[in-house]
Design a protein. Sequence first.
Length: 401
Amino acid sequence: MDLSGKRILLIISGGIAAYKSLDLIRRLRERGATVRPAMTAAAQEFITPLAVGALASDHVYTDLFSREDEQDVGHIRLARDCDLVLVAPATADLMAKMAHGLADDLASAVLLATDRPVLIAPAMNPKMWTAAATQRNVKTLKADGVHFVGPTSGEMAEGNEAGLGRMAEPLDIVAAAIALLGEGERPLAGRTAIVTSGPTHEPIDPVRYIANRSSGRQGHAIAAALARLGADVTLVSGPVTIPDPAGVTTVHVERAEEMRDAVVSRLPADIAVMVAAVADWRVASSSGQKIKKQAGEAPAPLQLAENPDILKTVGHHEERPKLVVGFAAETQDVEKNGRAKLTRKGADLIVANDVSPGTGIMGGDRNRVKIISAAGIEEWPDLSKDEVAERLARLIAERLK
Ligand code: CTP
């Protein structure tokens, strides 16, 4: 797959990672893209427009008020005459401007004016990345539809400091651009997928319910990643506070039984990825009225009944999807329990993770998983939930080939 004929506007902002952007330009062009570079003033403190222009074989745009640049293209046309706006590196400062709609230089004005997909590769000191303000901006930008690649973790250029904040490697940025521009390879085009996500709420009475800590982030990210690879995705989501992912049909349910019905009614499908943290039990007969406490009486015991196991139902269904993927949230014996689930539930893959208190996985942004299949166990590094989703979607596409 390549980027032949794709026009990429590459915005370089001012961080030490800008040196990697020179390599990025080469990698993008190797794959057939044309690269039109724009640089912020700060970027020019790190690398020169001469080097950037030479590698891109194009004029380098730097100035919002340059008469020459404005006559030549103009920032509005610059923002639109491309298939993708790529910001690499994206500094904390430029991300803040984007999140707030500031437009006081060429880069920020282009980013505000563009109607093209925007992909950013953040790069900054780990403290700047985890700062509350930056994380607020990340959230805003994601909600605005901006795509992210990285940052990754590792040693900082400053030395003696490590953590999340390194710009993604140029080849990973190229892969993200390819995934986003989506053509060429949409290996799941023509395939249908059902994904479950989030918790379920099992009512006790009209005001109370049994729930769990699942946020839906991992399941939603997987639904979006499968859709990016071309699959026609239905997401069956329990009650969550995150938005429906783009490019996916989302069905909202509350209870496990509703989730099972929604899933089964959408069979046959090629792929099922059951990520939801389905409550194992529901209240046997939930009360139609609010249960009142009675003075002097012991609290009413809750009679529980077992919920349907949706993964198991799908894994043994006569219209079983070609590929059935389950999750195993464990607090101990992750591998052993994961393997047992693989056979018991009739899954092809189990994505197992350790959700012990303190791992921060349940409800958090990151995940560390093991992929268990009949062939063995593959251990993935600590990744963002989006990256886990991306990898899993590619693995699914690979298995369906
Ligand atoms: N799952 C499901 N329906 C259920 C329970 C679980 O579809 N009623 C799916 C989950 O979406 C996940 C997998 O089964 O993909 C594993 O769920 P988990 O709760 O970890 O497994 P259990 O079968 O409940 O096993 P245990 O309680 O022993 O951990």
